[in-house]
Design a binder for this molecule. Sequence first.
Ligand code: ADE
Ligand code: ZN
Length: 328
Amino acid sequence: MSDMARVKKVELHLHLEGAAQPDFIRQIAFEKKVDLSGIFTAQGGYDIHDFVHFLRVYEAATSVLTTPEDYARLTRSVLEASAGHGVVYCETFLSPDFCGGGDIGAWREYLSAMTEAADAAERDFGITMRGVITAVRHFGPDQAKRAARCAAETAGRMICGFGMAGDEKIGHVRDFSWSFDCAAEAGLPFTIHAGEWGGAQSVRETLDAYNPPRIGHGVEAISDPDLVARLADTGVVLECCPVSNVFLGVFPNWKSHPLASLREAGVKVTVSTDDPPFFHTNMSREYEALEQHFGWAETEFTEINQTALAAAFCDEETRARVAKRLES
Ligand code: ADE
Ligand code: ZN
């Protein structure tokens, strides 16, 4: 175990399908006799050229996961790997679109399988998982309504938030107001991907539309000092995924990544992996990079984990349990 794996961590931004190792997807494709060879490199990793291509590869890999049992296996394997990197609590983005196409009866079966697997992983590996139902922006507002209905119907111990991911350059965040209203009525807080590809304007539009307590990424806010001040003043938490951003080219390198500058400006930042095997990362590697490029150490790691735990959407009893684990 590396030294960084020993640091206890809270992760708020992890797409469940995006955490599937290539070997895991290959094994399921083999069992189902599906040919997925086109999405892998000769070395066996995911073959990705740019962000939009990444979304296609992600959806192709996900297409072999067709049953609740597949998602139970995925949940266990992802949580075991995360726990191995010191993660004690993780919020995963779950999409009913991929789990029964938005049908509520099917979604309940997938959710029940994932919940059982997550509860077993908590007993076996000491990691707690909670789910944030995530609409996929490029699937459009009508499909998002199905995801929102699934979220509203199954809100509870496991499903504790609602959000949106996908291609931020498509449509406007306000096009999805029906879905966000539906989730809000069920009492679910939001985290919405913005400022990964849509610029500072996208972050501003998202804050103006829904006032979410958390933003997925948000890092492009750095180009607008007034917006950075607004984020700092209002205490909106950014789920930053620096390796993902550098890998996909949101910023060309670590030197130009604004994570440390945002923190210095008083913005509440946290660190997550997004889709770890797609970007050749894990939580230990993220922290190693923070140490190497920003000189971060125990003080900063404690701060980002406390920020993340305070911003987690879980119930208070879970938060208190995780807080003890984080301290131990
Ligand atoms: N879905 C999975 N990963 C994503 C990302 N980084 N941005 C938007 N949508 C995603
Ligand atoms: Zn994401």
